[in-house]
Write a protein that binds this ligand. Structure first.
Ligand SMILES: Cc1cn([C@H]2C[C@H](O)[C@@H](COP(=O)(O)OP(=O)(O)O[C@H]3O[C@@H](C)C(=O)[C@@H](O)[C@H]3O)O2)c(=O)[nH]c1=O
Length: 180
């Protein structure tokens, strides 16, 4: 198992150990104890999966407290540029973001604590995105930030992504009052 902490405190990139043989490979894709050793003490209650063609951009999303969600995200097929934005009030890295390429072949995962907006851009066709959430979906608690808000300054390296109508009208960071 390999892990890497990033400049946004609490975000951890995690790659389970793979056991390869002539049949292929095996890995423990989720092991609560292994994550606890990295300081992640979270009970996940919902698994989500989405499938996207190339250049789909979903996000940036979060759920407000008391339905805030920590997430453990990865791709099962394809590749995605994952982006998280720190929206924790008073955080020294408030408004800053982190980009990580999630790659099915590499099998890397990202743990994202509550208090972050999350989104991703698919870099390949047939990208299956899979994630565990620490709380249930609650429509009324949904929140979001505009993916290309200049104040966020995220270089997605894409010109015309496929974005849902809902995500095209999300607010920017200016005037945003964080619920975290
Ligand atoms: C997120 C979610 C959506 N839905 C429904 C609502 C809607 O009709 C349909 C599609 O929802 P969305 O357009 O919000 O799906 P999507 O844009 O894929 O939303 C996801 O984006 C990524 C970036 C995240 O981080 C997730 O937490 C989630 O917000 O699925 C659920 O039933 N349960 C859920 O947990």
């Amino acid at each position: 198992m390999e892990y890497k902490e990033h400049h946004l405190k609490g975000v951890i990139e995690y790659t389970p150990k793979k056991f390869g043989d002539e049949r292929g490979w095996f890995m423990e894709s989720y092991n609560r104890q292994a994550l606890e050793k990295l300081g992640v003490n979270v009970a996940f209650v919902q698994d989500n999966q989405s499938f996207s063609v190339k250049n789909v951009l979903r996000g940036l999303h979060f759920q407000k407290p008391p339905f805030a969600q920590a997430k453990l995200v990865r791709v099962l097929s394809g590749k995605a540029l994952d982006v998280v934005v720190d929206i924790r009030k008073g955080s020294p890295t408030y408004g800053q973001h982190l980009k990580v390429v999630l790659d099915a072949e590499q099998s890397n995962q990202l743990f994202i604590p509550a208090g972050f907006a999350h989104g991703f851009l698919t870099l390949e066709d047939n990208t299956t995105f899979f994630y565990k959430c620490s709380d249930y979906y609650n429509k009324e608690s949904e929140g979001g930030l505009l993916w290309n808000d200049p104040a966020l300054n995220i270089d997605w390296n894409v010109t015309d992504p496929i974005v849902s109508e809902k995500d095209q009208v999300l607010p920017g960071l200016e005037g945003f009052i964080s619920a975290f």
